[in-house]
Design a protein around this ligand. Structure first.
Ligand SMILES: NC(=O)c1ccc[n+]([C@@H]2O[C@H](COP(=O)([O-])OP(=O)(O)OC[C@H]3O[C@@H](n4cnc5c(N)ncnc54)[C@H](O)[C@@H]3O)[C@@H](O)[C@H]2O)c1
Length: 213
């Protein structure tokens, strides 16, 4: 018996590197996968390499409410039925700029995919999920620390960590929202100007630095 035998897993960002790797792993463990992405071409390429009887694709923008409603309805009505796992994984990085030059539109786009997208997917998938299912949201080391210049991504990933507050409500109590990130380091609040070796953002971590992804 494999870990995901008979389970249906909805993966957003399914055309990307982690989404495609997760699809292969979930299928290997017995699941059927519904891959969602806004990049239709890449989505088809990823799906082509998977066993056709275990994969379905949906082209949708997770940041739009219409997209989220449609993808969850479609997922339910496609071959595989109710959802057991929502892997909310779509993401974009934005850009790296000094805070004074950070483009507002990029900040908005990054938050809309990671934060609004994860919220909308959870909201619209929940009614189509089986009791006992799981919602997994891909956060990052960037969700527990900070790097100067990476303001949109760092903010979005920190916000995803807060999705712990999305847990079971009544009939949904058996669902398990989780964000994926490394253990939370001790945090230290910095002044708005940033401390030595710290970031100019007031709320970021001063944990040891490595590259941010
Ligand atoms: N790659 C890493 O090292 C790393 C580390 C930590 C966290 N993450 C997180 O993991 C997740 C996946 O990252 P990845 O490395 O596979 O990135 P990726 O760029 O390879 O894949 C992301 C996918 O999301 C899709 N996407 C973006 N916006 C979308 C939208 N509005 N609607 C639908 N699809 C959309 C893209 O088309 C892309 O296929 C992201 O949330 C990322 O922040 C990645």
């Amino acid at each position: 018996m494999k870990k995901l035998d008979g389970k249906v897993c909805l993966i957003t960002g399914g055309a990307g590197s982690l989404g495609a790797a997760a699809a292969r792993l979930f299928i290997e463990q017995g699941a059927a996968v519904v891959l969602v992405d806004r990049d239709a071409e890449r989505l088809n390429e990823v799906a082509r390499d998977l066993p056709q009887e275990r994969v379905a694709t949906i082209v949708a923008d997770v940041a739009s409410a219409e997209g989220a409603v449609r993808l969850c309805r479609l997922s339910r009505s496609q071959r595989f039925g109710a959802i057991d796992v929502l892997f909310s994984n779509a993401g974009n990085f934005g850009t790296v700029r000094p805070i004074a030059d950070y483009p507002d539109d990029v900040f908005g786009e990054v938050l809309s995919v990671h934060v609004r997208g994860a919220y909308l997917a959870a909201k619209h998938a929940a009614p189509h999920m089986r009791t006992g299912g799981s919602i997994v949201i891909t956060s990052s080391v960037a969700g527990v620390r900070g790097d100067a210049g990476v303001y949109a991504y760092i903010t979005a990933k920190h916000a995803q960590v807060g999705t712990d507050a999305m847990p079971g409500e009544g009939a949904c109590a058996a669902r398990h929202p989780r964000e994926h990130h490394p253990p939370r380091p001790d945090r230290q609040r910095l002044s708005a100007r940033g401390g030595a070796g710290g970031s100019a953002m007031p709320w970021v971590s001063t944990a040891p630095r490595s590259s941010t992804t």
